[in-house]
Design a protein around this ligand. Sequence first.
Ligand code: PGA
Length: 250
Amino acid sequence: MRRPIVVGNWKMHGSRAENTALVEHLIQGLDGRQAAEVIVCPPHVYLQEVVRQTKDTLLHVGAQNVATEPSGAHTGEVSAAMLKDVGCRYVIVAHSERRTLYREDDAMVARKFRAVLSHGLTPILCVGETLDERENGTTEAVIARQIESVVAVAGIDTLAHAVIAYEPVWAIGTGKNATPDEAQAVHRFIRDRIASRDGNIAAGLRILYGGSVKAGNAAELFAMPDVDGGLVGGASLKGDEFMDICAAAG
Ligand code: PGA
């Protein structure tokens, strides 16, 4: 059985006061009845404070990004060791906004993925096609390339310690989610592809769906057999709605 995960990606939103209120709301709501593991990913500058606030609770903390390098002259970067040091457990790697707005290519993504794992943190590796790629019929080729480029560098075994998030770029922040059948088809493709290398790893791998997940569509998406939870942007900033999404994951 794969334990579902719901991850809130706050992106560049929040303030100390807003975060405190939202986290308090989530801690109150997580009463142990939810089957899903629940994670919030605040901006780096707030990580330590959110880790402190969530200590000994059911809410865990992840980061939105990480440096490729372990340390040194990299002004503005934050290393995996630092994320570990402040109490993060997860790190989002290769969000489509990083791939497009900050030009993260497959080689850089693979280095980030390895950096996260080498510190005992769990990478949440994002993959997904653009609207053009979907319309050209290249969705599977794009996703295969995004996964293979990481596996080629890090090795297939590392997927035993990772989470994959399928996020069609056309669904992120647009209000237009993939249908449950569209999501399932790609999740199945990802799992089958990994199963062709290692059946056990594929069977245990959590594959999250992301892109306009809301309280109103979460249950039908999470009901699909290969959808193991969600990576949630906008709706993770609203306490009640995010709790409803967590409840929908089981
Ligand atoms: P969204 O974002 O839920 O606001 O579409 C998802 C994401 O970017 O991870």
